[in-house]
Design a protein around this ligand. Sequence first.
Ligand SMILES: [Zn+2]
Length: 197
Amino acid sequence: MDQDPISRLVQELSKLPGIGPKSAQRITYYLLRTPSEQAGLLADAIREVKQKISLCSICFNVTDVDPCSMCRGDRRDRTTICVVEQPQDVLAIDHTGSYHGLYHVLHGAISPTEGVGAGDVRIRELTNRLQDGTVREVILATNTNLEGEQTALYLNHVLSPLGVKVTRLARGLPFGTELEYADDTTLTRALEGRQQL
Ligand SMILES: [Zn+2]
């Protein structure tokens, strides 16, 4: 069944996070008024990001080279790994400038109610990274909502026996906070005040 091009674009745009049907319509009509070349730049950028960006085979952050620049970088503190749920959390924490270690992106959080178990996020890959003994501290920077807390508890349970210090971001972050929306000062304070679990 062929859909008319305008409805198709509205429908695709409304699948984006934070874009409701109204905004999708507004963007669609904006693009209709936009010169072809400019709209083409957007289409190209979307295509390029999907073609060139993949996941780092070590930390599972998004990258255009594997391993990513952080995992290869010799100026990073290789004794510390900060564990986050999503790639955008790496951006948020790195933006504070107060953390210089490595990262590990889980790509989700454990959520029994939504059927997400430990095997569905990158936990085994994290424990593999701890095998050679270089890493001495793992900072759990999962979100402070229910799933994030459950994930932190589970990780502590799995990681502690491996002989690493396991810390959790300080309580400065209000319950329910998604890391990517926390400001630099709050995040820095939470990092500096991190406590051993
Ligand atoms: Zn990496």
